[in-house]
Ligand binder design. Structure first.
Ligand SMILES: *Cc1c(COP(=O)(O)O)cnc(C)c1O
Length: 440
């Protein structure tokens, strides 16, 4: 329910200060430009920097031999969990045709939808944080040194150690999948607190892997809060805090190092004349926040990141716009947080991200669910890649961009979808093709 007063001010007062609020509250698509945008990572409130991101990358590399052993689908990348960066020229062409607008430069997709282990962007942050916990525990118990071959972790002594500890997380679905799968593989007891919008197939898949799934009749923020409260009672339980975790954030930030390498390999030059524009679907803000931070560290003024949210769940947008961060929810402004983009169905943004790296976000835009389905069908038709609705939020970014660029490398971050069961994907696709036909 919409509140009479939000942070001590009436709705009329907020609207006078932020005229865009009217459209946000009416769940119309908006583009918000961050007036506090500061390209530099200097002077951010938090202390993290490039050395932390590089250390996270090295930790993931230490685990590569283990990952390759227990997730054979990662053997082709020697246990490095990474996704392809691909030009999508046919998609670009169809977008231009559909919206009667030219996209200056080239459009690429970063297919985190096809990340191994979890089939979504959560295979970055989620897997990283659990591996860090596993490494620290093994070292404390003198089972592991940094110089060891980590494939030894796939053995009884390690499983016995981890079975004495538990991991807990609150999730709309995908984070639960990622944390559940990697934790269960290591041998941890693991509990996933699922919000009401989490899909049935995600819960069944986790239960089949021995994960304890607790269903909450509430949205993401409450599932997280309840998970946090339960975990706090148990000293041997590590709670993965999607709203506040620096480790999740660093796991996501590593993507920037990998992306830079891919751009170099594909001889895609980024400079003042050819900036990198990145469109990131945003839920609580951890994954787009971490990636934005990493990219800003590497590309500085030559990269600009835009967050994309559903019109019914503009959590980060409201947090940044009002400056209230995690002290405001979309419900406070009468927005319902009901969207087909379940990975983005978040009513309250991460305070960690908003406060620490909010200034690095160039803008936030919102997308209607129907538009996500249209993009889903369009990408399937043009590139033969099938994503889940959340993962399409980035694709209209280059069309919606209000500034004129002469040339740019546009990257739509395709955040999930490869694990969606075929019959569900087919229904997404049909919904999208229907909507496309209705479009004049
Ligand atoms: C979680 C998720 C996001 C957004 O990540 P946040 O860290 O919640 O902002 C985007 N797309 C998909 C498919 C997701 O699962």
């Amino acid at each position: 329910m919409q509140k009479a007063k939000i942070a001590g001010r009436t709705l009329a007062e907020w609207q006078a200060e932020q005229p865009l609020l009217q459209d946000v509250m009416a769940t119309r698509e908006v583009w918000w430009t961050n007036l506090a945008y500061a390209s530099s990572v200097d002077g951010l409130p938090m202390k993290l920097g490039i050395t932390d991101v590089e250390a996270a990358d090295r930790r993931l590399r230490r685990f590569a031999s283990y990952i390759a052993k227990v997730f054979p689908e990662t053997q082709s990348t020697q246990g490095v969990i990474e996704s392809p960066l691909q030009p999508v020229p046919r998609m670009q062409c169809e977008l231009e045709r559909l919206y009667h607008k030219k996209i200056c430069g080239s459009l690429y997709a970063k297919y985190d939808s096809h990340l191994p282990i979890a089939g979504s962007i959560k295979a970055r942050g989620g897997v990283y944080e659990v591996l860090k916990v596993a490494e620290e525990l093994a070292m404390e118990h003198h089972l592991l040194k940094e110089t060891d071959d980590y494939s030894v972790i796939d053995s009884e002594p390690f499983r016995r150690l981890y079975s004495g500890y538990s991991i807990a997380v609150g999730s709309t679905g995908n984070l639960g999948l990622s944390i559940g799968i990697i934790s269960a593989k290591l041998g941890f007891k693991v509990t996933v607190h699922m919000s009401a919008d989490a899909k049935e197939w995600k819960k069944s898949l986790l239960r089949a892997k021995g994960v304890c799934v607790v269903e909450h009749n509430a949205d993401f923020s409450q599932a997280v809060a309840e998970g946090r409260a339960q975990a706090a009672k148990d000293a041997r339980c590590h709670f993965i805090d999607d709203e506040n975790s620096a480790d999740l954030f660093l796991g996501y930030a590593v993507a920037a190092l990998r992306l830079k390498q891919q751009l170099d390999e594909q001889q895609i030059v980024i400079n003042e004349k050819r900036p990198l524009l990145v469109y990131l679907p945003c839920g609580v803000g951890g994954s787009p926040g971490g990636i934005t931070f990493g990219l800003k560290l590497l590309f500085g003024d030559n990269v600009h990141c835009y967050f994309a949210e559903p019109t019914h769940a503009p959590a980060m947008l409201l947090g940044l716009m009002t400056g209230l961060h995690d002290e405001v929810s979309v419900q406070d402004f009468g927005v319902d947080n009901i969207t087909a983009a379940d990975g983005l169905a978040v009513g309250r943004p991460s305070g960690f991200v908003g406060k620490n790296v909010g200034s690095l976000i160039c803008g936030v835009y919102t997308v209607e669910d129907d538009e996500l389905y249209r993009m889903l069908a369009l990408l399937a038709k043009t590139e033969n890649v099938f994503l889940e609705p959340s993962a399409l939020a980035g694709f209209t970014g280059p069309i919606r961009l209000p500034i004129a660029v002469e040339d740019a490398v546009h990257i739509a971050w395709a955040t999930g979808g490869s694990m969606v069961p075929a019959e569900i994907m087919q229904s997404f696709y049909l919904q999208g093709t229907d909507l496309l036909q209705e479009t004049p």
